[in-house]
Design a protein around this ligand. Structure first.
Ligand code: TDX
Length: 362
């Protein structure tokens, strides 16, 4: 998967949903030593990684080391880089929930912008001290979102050449971090690559996002909140497809480039909710169909209408396309949540999150 000279990888935010998936894939399919820099915030959790290590065998324990560090602290960031001595950095750490960014933008500015800035500064200092040989394969891969491009109407798709037009504090903070990464490449020569993905779903996602939120609400027979008219469209990407694309770009992506990663599964929110309700009707039937729990609620302020990704560049250059179908992976995801209700309760309690509506502050 990787050039054999690459031995150590530093992943930021490996306690998160996507980072955890990337680490599980790396454990299975590479020999790399993995350093997982995580601030252990509200959504951080290592259960999935620990389960994977337990399944693979004790000899895998040493392959994954957690470094408890906060990117908003430069010294901690620099220490983590020196300790891990990486050949590759995957930057996934970010505050990621749009609704939280509406209520509390400062946290997003600090973590996503200042955090990325500190990581870039420390990475550049580290990179400049590497031997020419190690410099020749070192890479800094920044993982970002399609939300930086703003919102689409009924037509068109986002691609690598789409103008940035973020509209929420969250997407503005991610757009800023993308621009910082790109400027560290152009100005200082740090070898960077950026990926922008569409909405992820799958096991281990913190239950504030649409899909796990709806699964849990419908399981507990609570009202399912559908924002506005439920017609906003997202392009759903199964997290295992995303992790595979990330590692492909981390190993083969061209320096200074960006790549869009999409799920080829555009659905409006009502379609997604109805699909979940249908699976729930089959595996946990109620006296009324689960769709009767749908409750149209006040719209999200500045709610982006539609996201869709044209992933032609990564397909053209590397032959990548999503493998998982939406309906099968959604069913798998629903079943996973129902089998892991204890985990959901535990992580919600730890985060002090009771599932109430957030993100209405104007
Ligand atoms: O309860 C809900 N009801 C509802 O109708 C929730 C939580 C969401 N929604 C709507 C809002 C969006 O149109 O569903 C859609 C998806 O919402 P989120 O899961 O909050 O995701 P979104 O706002 O699209 O942003 C996501 O995709 C890009 C991720 O949260 C980001 O981290 C990623 O960068």
């Amino acid at each position: 998967m990787f050039n054999s000279k690459i031995k150590r990888i530093l992943i930021t935010g490996g306690g998160g949903f996507i980072g955890g998936e990337v680490i599980r894939l790396l454990l299975k399919e590479s020999n790399l030593q993995i350093f997982n820099l995580d601030k252990i915030g509200y959504a951080s959790d290592f259960t999935g990684i620990n389960n994977q290590i337990a399944n693979l065998g004790k000899q895998y324990e040493n392959r994954h080391k957690i470094i408890h560090a906060d990117l908003t602290n430069y010294e901690q960031t620099e220490d983590a880089i020196l300790k891990s001595d990486p050949d590759l950095i995957l930057h996934l750490a970010a505050e990621s929930h749009v609704d939280r960014s509406i209520d509390n933008p400062r946290i997003f500015i600090n973590n996503n912008i200042i955090g990325t800035y500190n990581l870039l500064e420390a990475s550049l200092k580290f990179y400049l001290n590497l031997s020419d040989e190690r410099k020749s394969f070192f890479k800094f891969h920044h993982i970002s979102t399609d939300e930086v491009f703003g919102a689409l109407g009924f037509e068109g798709k986002f691609s690598e050449t789409t103008r940035y037009d973020p509209r929420s504090p969250y997407s503005a903070s991610k757009a800023s971090s993308d621009h910082l990464v790109s400027s560290w490449y152009h100005t200082y020569g740090l070898p960077t690559v950026i990926t922008n993905c569409s909405n992820n779903y799958g096991p281990w996602q913190f239950p504030e996002k649409l899909i796990p939120n709806v699964i849990l609400k419908s399981f507990y027979n609570q009202k399912i909140p559908l924002y506005g008219d439920g017609k906003n469209v997202r392009d759903w990407l199964f997290v295992e497809d995303h992790a595979e694309a990330i590692l492909l770009i981390a190993s083969k992506g061209r320096i200074g480039e960006s790549y869009c990663i999409g799920g080829d599964s555009e659905k409006n929110n009502k379609e997604v909710v109805l699909a979940i309700c249908e699976v729930m009707d089959q595996i946990k039937p109620n006296n009324k169909p689960h769709e009767s729990l749908i409750n149209y609620v006040q719209d999200r302020p500045g709610h982006d209408f539609r996201y869709a990704i044209d992933f032609n560049k990564i397909y053209r250059e590397f032959g990548w396309r999503p493998k998982f179908s939406f309906s099968e992976s959604l069913e798998r995801t629903v079943k996973w949540y129902l089998e892991n209700l204890d985990w959901c309760e535990k992580i919600k309690n730890k985060a002090n999150y009771d599932g109430s509506r957030i993100g209405l502050k104007k």
